[in-house]
Design a binder for this molecule. Structure first.
Ligand SMILES: CC(C)(COP(=O)(O)OP(=O)(O)OC[C@H]1O[C@@H](n2cnc3c(N)ncnc32)[C@H](O)[C@@H]1OP(=O)(O)O)[C@@H](O)C(=O)NCCC(=O)NCCS
Length: 179
């Protein structure tokens, strides 16, 4: 069976299955991930399976698994949420699950591949995202992929006992340079 849905270089996108739920729950409940994702409550398998089910119904968000081309290892997920068919826009999100798989360039490649998918396959005109102002690695990855900062939502998020600024970033199709 060909698992590859959308091929990149070192990574590819594939469908997410219910059997991935336990892996994803462990990733998302890891404190290093949920702090930067802005997740408020712990997830469990039941919630995650419902989420996966909803993805494959009409109008569901696009969320795809990220796997390594080399050995098919499932390392993360990334998606385009809340697609607006009139403005042709959607909101980007990403998680490279295990700490040991971060910092190897997979996050940048997955971000660039999802931007390509959004513009070339979904006919989007704009892809936007929110990132904590104190998440320099995330901001760097998005900037590398061509996103530009559009504004700051001051003290828009409360976490760890204090308010945090949230940056709004976006890339327009006409600003995008295919690689
Ligand atoms: C953020 C995330 C997607 C990045 O993926 P990754 O695979 O770790 O990132 P990459 O290895 O592709 O790239 C990291 C880049 O950030 C840079 N970087 C690392 N730490 C940094 C820091 N503190 N400040 C600035 N840049 C930093 C690296 O040098 C590298 O850039 P380079 O290739 O130009 O040298 C991943 O760490 C993750 O999923 N984290 C948990 C969930 C999350 O934060 N999601 C995003 C929410 S907005």
């Amino acid at each position: 069976m060909n698992k590859i849905y959308y091929a990149g270089n070192r990574i590819y996108f594939r469908a997410i299955e219910k059997s991935d739920a336990d892996t994803i729950v462990a990733w998302r409940n890891d404190p290093d991930a949920w702090r930067t994702l802005g997740q408020m409550n712990p997830l469990n398998r039941i919630r995650e399976e419902e989420f996966i089910d909803a993805l494959y119904k009409p109008g569901g968000d696009i969320v795809l698994g990220v796997s390594l081309t080399e050995d098919d290892r499932f390392i993360g997920m990334c998606g385009l949420h809340r697609s607006d068919p009139i403005a042709h826009s959607a909101t980007f999100g990403i998680l490279i699950g295990d700490e040991k798989n971060r910092g190897q360039g997979y996050g940048i490649e997955a971000t660039e591949l999802m931007v390509k998918y959004g513009f070339e396959e979904l006919n989007l005109n704009r892809i936007e995202l929110c990132v904590f102002a104190d998440h320099p690695k995330g901001i760097h990855v998005y900037t590398q992929a061509g996103f530009v900062q559009e504004g700051v939502m001051r003290e828009a998020y409360y976490r760890n006992g204090k308010y945090h600024d949230v940056l709004h970033m976006a890339i327009l199709r006409r600003e995008w340079t295919p690689k």
